[in-house]
Design a protein around this ligand. Structure first.
Ligand code: SAM
Length: 193
């Protein structure tokens, strides 16, 4: 988490500015550096609770903003939500019944961590692969995908998998990530379809 002070500062800033979590600043940074969201895009956010990314997304586009999470997301103006697992075919079907065109998928989902490093790393990459599969099923050709991941033994294989589906793929660290964390974001643009 870096210095306790650094964590508290971001936490306090989020509280003061009305964001549901400090994660909001990560998406702002991703958007500033990579411009994955255009102002008329429809966005699907995987692992969206409590909803700070949804708050940021709502300011970035006039399009639809739809969040999916295992946990309910408290109401946000202009945001639609689905409670469920991204691996559940019914969740995919519900989403497809709600929206025809999806331009951007973002995923900040994290599994519950056990504290066993290699097990947790494998679970995270598994969730990343599930998010990639979900995205490939709903994204419009030319669409963009951003997903949180972690450096580790399985990461290079996941990165190669993303490259098979998008013209341009790179990784990005955010300043808002906790110091010493292996967290990174994979930014994938221009879905082959
Ligand atoms: C770090 S939080 C996301 C924070 C969010 N980006 C925000 O700004 O408020 C990670 C979320 O991933 C969700 N999650 C983990 N596995 C999931 C799955 N298989 N399907 C849906 N959501 C999942 C968790 O329930 C949790 O709410």
């Amino acid at each position: 988490m870096g210095s306790q002070w650094g964590y508290d500062k971001a936490y306090m800033r989020a509280k003061l500015e009305g964001y549901r979590s400090r994660a909001a600043y990560k998406l702002m940074e991703i958007q500033k550096k990579s411009g994955i969201i255009r102002d008329d895009d429809n966005i699907v956010d995987l692992g969206a609770a409590p909803g700070s990314w949804l708050q940021v997304e709502r300011t970035l586009t006039r399009g639809r903003v739809i969040g999916i999470d295992l946990n309910p997301i408290a109401t946000l103006d202009g945001v639609e939500t689905i409670v469920g697992d991204i691996n559940d075919p019914e969740v995919l079907a519900e989403l497809q019944s709600m929206v025809d065109v999806v331009n951007v998928v973002v995923c900040d989902a994290s599994p519950k961590l056990s504290g066993h490093k290699s097990y947790d790393q494998a679970r995270i990459i598994e969730l990343n692969e599930q998010a990639l599969l979900f995205s490939c099923r709903i994204l419009k050709q030319g669409g963009n995908f951003a997903v949180k991941s972690f450096q580790g033994t399985d990461f290079p294989d996941f990165y190669q998998d993303v490259k098979q589906h998008f013209h341009s793929v790179r990784t990005m660290n955010t300043k808002s990530s906790r110091k010493g964390s292996t967290e990174l974001y994979v930014i994938a643009k221009n879905f082959y379809g």
